[in-house]
Ligand binder design. Structure first.
Ligand code: GUN
Length: 293
């Protein structure tokens, strides 16, 4: 069993980005600039956004955090998005999800200019991804693709089971793994809450991407020997022994599944750090105007 070290790969990517930023600045170009919009005080979202901002600083990006209280109106949030669209100093920005229930999330996402949508959530970017056109691929799926590539994991002709059909991970992941590209060409099965006899699917899988958000869901008896397991889950579970009162749990019962795997991502230190690295990669593309000129 080989552990897929997302933290290590993420640091390598950050170093490459930092080098490119230095060269851009030497060439007299402006500093790439990522903005993040955070609504409310959800603990998980706070941590994710803080990490994104911190990593921006590490690679030499400029970053801006715009905070709104939980009760912000949809109109005010949309105005923030429009202001960021019009701000020529900002290359790309994200609105951290989930948003409070009184705000129409889709409307907010569709207001972001596709050329600044470094999360790749706008329907134009999703559509372009499906059609194999230049686009921002959303950060978590993009991070997983890069991990599979870095570890030379063969995908062509393999059975890939994706568990979870979220717009952020499961659904785009199923499309990327089936593409006729060097990393792809899998036979993909997208499983979800209505799937019958899930185990019949997972037992046949050469690659399992677990993205349902249910701690320790995937057990050893559900997988075959030699499987590649990518664990996207990051659920906060209360723990009296942890300093901050919780531990991060993946969707895979790691201790019992890992011995059966050829490759597996840990939680933390697997997919999570890659999400941030991919967001920064997309921001660099935005700064260089490589996708939308
Ligand atoms: N919430 C959970 N994951 C993400 C992400 O990748 N981007 C944004 N904007 N919000 C999220």
């Amino acid at each position: 069993m080989q552990l897929i070290d997302g933290k290590k790969i993420s640091i390598q990517i950050q170093e490459q980005i930092a080098l490119e930023v230095k060269q851009m600045l030497l060439a007299g170009k402006k500093q790439p600039h990522l903005a993040a919009v955070l609504v409310g005080n959800d603990g998980g979202s706070e941590t994710y956004v803080a990490n994104k901002i911190k990593t921006c600083e590490k690679v030499g990006f400029k970053s801006t955090l715009i905070r709104h209280p939980e009760y912000v109106t949809e109109e005010k949030l949309l105005q923030t998005v429009i202001d960021l669209n019009n701000n020529n100093d900002v290359d790309g920005f994200i609105v951290q999800l989930p948003l409070p229930r009184h705000i129409n999330e889709q409307k907010v996402l569709e207001t972001i200019l596709p050329s600044k949508d470094v999360d790749g959530f706008h329907p134009i970017n999703v559509g372009r991804m499906v059609l194999n056109l230049p686009c921002y691929v959303s950060a978590t799926p993009y991070g997983i693709v890069q991990l599979l590539e870095k570890y030379n994991i063969q995908t062509s002709g393999k059975n890939c089971v994706v568990i979870g059909r979220s717009h952020i991970v499961g659904s785009p992941m199923s499309i990327l793994m089936a593409k006729n590209t060097s990393l792809g060409n899998c036979t993909v099965t997208l499983c979800h809450s209505k799937t019958e006899n899930l185990i019949n699917h997972t037992k046949q899988a050469d690659i399992i991407i677990c993205a349902l958000g249910s701690p320790e869901f995937l057990k050893a008896d559900m997988v075959k020997e030699g499987v590649v397991v990518i664990d996207v889950g990051t659920t906060r579970v209360e723990s009296t022994s942890a300093k901050n009162g919780f531990v991060l749990k993946g969707d895979v019962k790691f201790d019992e599944v890992a011995p059966k795997c050829s490759f597996i991502t840990p939680v933390p230190g697997g997919v999570g750090p890659m999400t941030i690295a991919s967001l920064l990669k997309n921001t660099l593309l935005a700064a260089k105007k490589e996708i939308y000129s």
